[in-house]
Ligand binder design. Sequence first.
Ligand code: C5J
Length: 225
Amino acid sequence: MTTTDTITVNAEPYPFEFSPAACALLIIDMQRDFLEPGGFGEMLGNDVSQLRRTIEPNQRVLALWRAKGWHVMHTREGHRPDLGCLPPAKKVRGRSATTIGDPGPMGRILVRGEAGHDIIPELYPQPGEAIIDKPGKGAFYATDLHAILQNRGIQKLIVTGVTTEVCVNTTVREANDRGYDCLVLEDCVGSYLPDMHEAGLKMIKEQGGIFGWVSHSANVLSALA
Ligand code: C5J
């Protein structure tokens, strides 16, 4: 198989086709504060096991992408230490006693450079894999993701990570408006809220794939076998 061959993955609402040279694996916000026991997510009362079930399938897909030498990119949601890129509305939303920028269980919450903001060791980026630090839910807002994808000739994205209905969905919608085709792998994305996970996937693939495609990592692995 060459990087310009077309690979077809069984998906909903219909098969997803990509050429490896023009496709990136985009892993969204697999950060310690969202996924690890004792992190900010769990501190807010969330069940982190709903997110942790995505680690193993992500590892499988990531290992394959790395073995092939294909494009891998990671994102992290977070803010500058001076909080200059944190909109006041985002700071106060939710009326939690502890909010972004405050001291949390793994350093200042969602602040760049803090332990909790970093990517979990199981999926830690390797040299050469772009890390997009994003202040918003979508990975395109106020980042250079679009420029990097354009410069590398990437038109298709395989999107994984957390959470399904928030940062994954927002990124897929932003990508769709910029002309990218996105395939979301249902076992590699997760939400603290199972019903939101289901709804998030449905919103992507309904109406003929209005925002993109949904499949399972097993389908990607078998398409490449
Ligand atoms: C992400 C969030 N990554 N739920 N953030 O989805 O606030």
